[in-house]
Design a protein around this ligand. Structure first.
Ligand SMILES: NC(=O)C1=CN([C@@H]2O[C@H](COP(=O)(O)OP(=O)(O)OC[C@H]3O[C@@H](n4cnc5c(N)ncnc54)[C@H](O)[C@@H]3O)[C@@H](O)[C@H]2O)C=CC1
Ligand SMILES: O=C([O-])CC(=O)C(=O)O
Length: 330
């Protein structure tokens, strides 16, 4: 017997990430090739015509797993009974803008959507915030939802997976080894240039990547800034922010959370439970493993002086962002 469809809400459905994301969800790449889905698409009133166009193309793919879809500009309708909510819709960064510039503009969206999720979504809804600044937007949605109290706070996550994937790609290029040979990369902190891609635990076919590369200057002066500033480099090159790679990372994040990682580490932005001294509730990139639809922060990793400094820098930025939205949260 076929499985009951899973309701997946996607905001910003008419946008460039939406255009890469929706087709892959409908084809089964996110929840599995035997899992039907119903897409619940949210966008602004002025984007409804474009959403209809995307739905026409989804129809034309004749995806066997696409069990239904709706388009709406009402968050209460979009999140109704959703088991997964992908919050993509927000204004993206243009050339020369930093993520901070987006903070106040996009923050309001996430109070409205956090409340709508809390009131209408499935009580175990898994939320991934992609729209930037994604860590703080996830924090805003979580805090707003906490006032209603139906959805566990730990279900509000932010997308650090693109940074994780970017770090893997840079290591593969540097060593000439396949991406699939690497394990145990971590990207700590904020999805911003302060993030800390940490290769100290990373192995390739069981060998230490740090020893293999054996070049601390490359690590500190090339690898870390290349990964941290990759978003800006894409904007510079394309004139638009990353979209297909962002959609791919969103698929990876939810797929691993939903189906498990078999012990592999993945980076997820999750509300801190106090691990590694990160204040509770701050949405922070941590190494996680996923099993049975739950994630768990990998514990007990040693933090040396350099790492402590980097982790504190990205934490301080997140604390400032939190301070910046305090008034919105009442
Ligand atoms: N966390 C990450 O790694 C990444 C995050 N991003 C972020 O993802 C977001 C979306 O990027 P794109 O798809 O390229 O942008 P886009 O401008 O192409 O699309 C955004 C869509 O969101 C819609 N939208 C705006 N406000 C909305 C609201 N209140 N409710 C529902 N829909 C709304 C717009 O109408 C538009 O259709 C941006 O914030 C961008 O910075 C992008 C790449 C990576
Ligand atoms: O940099 C941006 O604004 C888009 C983004 O988050 C990324 O590509 O990492």
């Amino acid at each position: 017997m076929s499985k009951a469809p899973v309701r997946v809400a996607v905001t910003g459905a008419a946008g460039q990430i939406g255009y890469s994301l929706l087709f892959r969800i409908a084809s089964g790449e996110m929840l599995g090739k035997d899992q039907p889905v119903i897409l619940q698409l949210l966008d602004l009133p002025q984007a409804q015509k474009a959403v209809k166009g995307v739905m026409m193309e989804l129809e034309d793919c004749a995806f066997p797993l696409l069990a239904g879809m709706i388009a709406t500009d009402d968050p209460n309708v979009a999140f109704k009974d959703a088991q997964i909510a992908l919050l993509v819709g927000a204004r993206p960064r243009g050339p020369g803008m930093e993520r901070k510039d987006l903070l106040s503009e996009n923050a309001k969206i996430f109070t409205v959507q956090g409340k709508a999720i809390a009131e209408h979504a499935n009580p175990d809804c898994k939320v991934l915030v992609v729209g930037n600044p994604c860590n703080t937007n996830a924090y805003i949605a979580m805090k707003t939802a906490e006032k209603v109290g139906r959805i566990p706070s730990k279900n509000f996550t932010a997308m650090l997976r693109l940074d994780h994937n970017r770090a893997l790609a840079q290591l593969a290029i540097k060593t000439g080894r396949p991406v699939s040979s690497f394990e145990h990369i971590v990207v700590w902190g904020n999805h911003s240039p302060t993030m800390y891609p940490d290769y100290r635990f990373c192995t390739s076919n069981g060998e230490s990547v740090k020893d293999l590369i054996n070049d601390e200057t490359w690590y500190r002066e090339v690898f870390i800034p290349t990964v941290g500033k990759r978003g800006a480099a894409i904007i510079e090159a394309r004139g638009l922010s990353s979209a297909a790679s962002a959609a791919n990372a969103a698929i990876d994040h939810i797929r691993d959370w939903w189906l498990g990682t078999n012990g592999r580490w993945v980076t997820m932005g999750v509300p801190s439970d106090g691990s590694y001294g990160i204040p509770e509730g701050i949405v922070f990139g941590f190494p996680c493993v996923c099993e049975n639809g739950e994630y768990r922060i990998v514990q007990g990793l040693p933090i040396d002086d350099f790492s402590r400094e980097r982790i504190l820098a990205t934490l301080n930025e997140l604390m400032e962002e939190r301070e910046g939205v305090k008034d919105l949260l009442g």
